[in-house]
Design a protein around this ligand. Structure first.
Ligand SMILES: Cc1cc2nc3c(=O)[nH]c(=O)nc-3n(C[C@H](O)[C@H](O)[C@H](O)COP(=O)(O)OP(=O)(O)OC[C@H]3O[C@@H](n4cnc5c(N)ncnc54)[C@H](O)[C@@H]3O)c2cc1C
Length: 255
């Protein structure tokens, strides 16, 4: 599209939409109760409205698996996002490299980070948002501010894990989750404005957009909380122990 590289955005759309569709289908089944679980044929045979929620739930589940599974999408997005940093500053944080090479990297890329890093602490600007309805300003400003918080978080994780950050999939998946929600907030505000410009009822569009942006913020808070505190290490160790044949009592009688 106009020579722009949209691979990250495309991967985010695929991952977010397929996972959200699955959640919506699951919620729809819960709301319909036993009628949600029944097949449309069974409902029709009883004279009930044959709403095929059960069929939809089964059919939409594959979307998070094929055409690039969610896990592969997350890896792809994280690698694409990290790549420029690892190219510029990867050597600084690579404790496997000899000190002389790391010192050289500090000299060459230190200049870049000396100006880049402080900027991530400055107040973020969403740019020219005059064409957006005033009710949407706080959401795009939040997205601009939180993008910087995300950039700082990624940088700190890079400093902590060095090139091994690539293997911290659960941590990276939280960063990817934050980035994807921020993209969803921006896209929602842009789409809401488009709908208003087209003459759709303003109040209706704004109330849906505001609800969406607020719920996205809650999901972002949840991801940030997981970056700060999680059980990843314990989960990883436990899995390794199970794979090594330990904890026999936990495994027997399951299947
Ligand atoms: C109905 C259906 C239609 C299909 N149609 C096509 C088609 O038209 N063309 C085509 O080419 N293929 C098709 N496929 C195959 C589909 O693309 C694959 O099933 C999909 O890519 C997942 O690969 P896999 O099944 O080998 O699972 P695996 O690759 O074995 O993955 C198993 C699980 O592990 C996760 N995983 C894998 N690697 C990693 C990793 N490095 N880190 C973290 N998690 C990981 C995956 O996300 C998945 O959850 C179809 C599959 C189905 C079920």
């Amino acid at each position: 599209m106009g020579g722009r590289d949209l691979r990250i955005e495309t991967a985010m759309c695929k991952m977010w939409s397929t996972e959200m569709t699955w959640k919506i289908a699951d919620d729809a089944m819960q709301v319909r109760g036993g009628r949600g679980y029944e097949t449309a044929e069974s409902l029709a045979a009883r004279g009930d409205e044959p709403i095929a929620v059960e069929r939809f739930l089964r059919d939409c589940r594959i979307n998070t698996i094929f055409e690039g599974s969610s896990e592969i999408m997350r890896l792809f997005i994280a690698r694409e996002a990290l790549d420029p940093h690892l190219k510029v500053g990867g050597a600084i944080f690579n404790t496997q490299l000899p000190m002389s090479e790391r010192a050289k990297a500090i000299f060459t890329s230190g200049k870049f980070y000396a100006s880049w890093y402080p900027k991530q602490w400055l107040r973020g600007s969403a740019g020219d948002i005059k064409s957006l309805h005033a009710d949407l300003h706080s959401h795009v400003n939040y997205a601009a501010r939180t993008s910087k918080r995300l950039a700082r978080g990624l940088f700190h994780a890079m400093a902590r894990f060095g090139p091994k950050l690539d293997r911290e999939q659960l941590l990276l998946s939280r960063f990817v989750g934050i980035a994807t929600e921020l993209f969803a907030i921006s896209a929602t505000c842009s789409f809401a404005q488009h709908k208003i410009d087209q003459g759709d009822p303003k109040e209706e569009v704004l109330s849906v957009a505001t609800y969406f942006c607020r719920s996205a913020r809650m999901r972002i808070d949840h991801h940030f909380a997981g970056v700060a505190r999680n059980a990843d290490r314990r989960g990883y160790d436990l899995t390794q122990e199970l794979l090594a044949g330990e904890h026999e009592s936990l495994r027997s009688g399951i299947v």
